[in-house]
Write a protein that binds this ligand. Sequence first.
Ligand SMILES: *Cc1c(COP(=O)(O)O)cnc(C)c1O
Length: 395
Amino acid sequence: METAVIHKGYGSAVHHDSLAAPLYQTSTFSFETAEEGESRFAGEKAGNIYSRLGNPTVRILEERMAEIEYGEGALAFGSGMAAVSAILIHATKAGDHVLCSRGIYGCTFGLLEMMEEKYKITHDLVSMTTEEEIEGALRPETVCIYLETPINPTMEIVNLEAVMAVAKKHGLRVIVDNTFSSPYLQNPILMGADFVLHSATKYLNGHGDVIGGILVGKDGEEMQNIRMTVQKDVGGIMSPFDAWLIIRGLKTLHVRMDRHIANAKKVLAFLKEEPLVKKIYYPFDDAHPQVEIAKAQMKDGGGLISFEIEGGKKEAQAFMNALSLIKIAVSLGDAETLIQHPASMTHAVVPQTEREAMGITESLMRLSVGLEHTDDLIEDLAKAFETVKPKLQEA
Ligand SMILES: *Cc1c(COP(=O)(O)O)cnc(C)c1O
């Protein structure tokens, strides 16, 4: 992987010996002759036609992603949600049922609700910890399993081995949103998944300056089919410039991930010693109830930590406001350490009772640990704890 993210899919000889992959910022491609155009449209000759159908810069990124997620093909989209919607449109038709893991990304849930209302494609959410539970939730019309693991923001783990066993037994497709782990920590296709998708906005790009999505598929022919149907006709493609930026970011994925993880573990150790911290959620924390499953399917614990402090929303907001180096923002996987408050931000649309059942309390915060020096991060956090301590003592 370390080599593929730097070299795969690019040869400088056909690009004027340019070491860096060039940016083909063009909407269309001209044909030498009318006959040449005809044969490209007929699919008899390889070659570029129009950037919605493929672009040389975007293709370099697609080839790299297919390689590092162990698929035969990949497609780049204008956002993570464009990748999610493309695969759900491709994998379902009216009357079908999709079985999902609990706590899927809010907009994915919104899309599924819309598909249910408009197209009669139904869904259910289950925690997916055992084969029995998954099997029990299947319906005759279930066609695919759609999941995320770890689950945002409580870091619950979906048991991938159990999912794959049930899917195999019942002939179901498995789609995994692998955004939280990145290809560095978890490769669902190797475990039996059919499709893996990413919000490239997060760890893949890693620099907080692009919105993008990637879909990787086990079957190359099917991916070409998606390219020439859903992607071409719905049109949520990635721009060449965004692909160029992600190619640049992706080159350091492994280096960044190592540091995100190392930093997260130091921050975790600090949080565990802090008396105002009530609960901590991190997949490789020994206190995590599913740490064994996490260790069986992930190379390491990643860069995200959620934690709950004493008090409620007021205290959580005071804590966040007292931070200065750590930025208050949604998104994750950037060089900057980011903190967000799920109950009032990413999960504000989830009804409160459901939120509480998921463990999203009013004082829960999610930290995306960045690449700064951990001494500085810990100093910033310690200062914020000092700020809320007197408020809690008053109460
Ligand atoms: C951010 C995110 C998405 C959506 O991606 P966008 O690039 O914002 O469209 C989907 N799934 C997960 C797990 C995410 O974190």
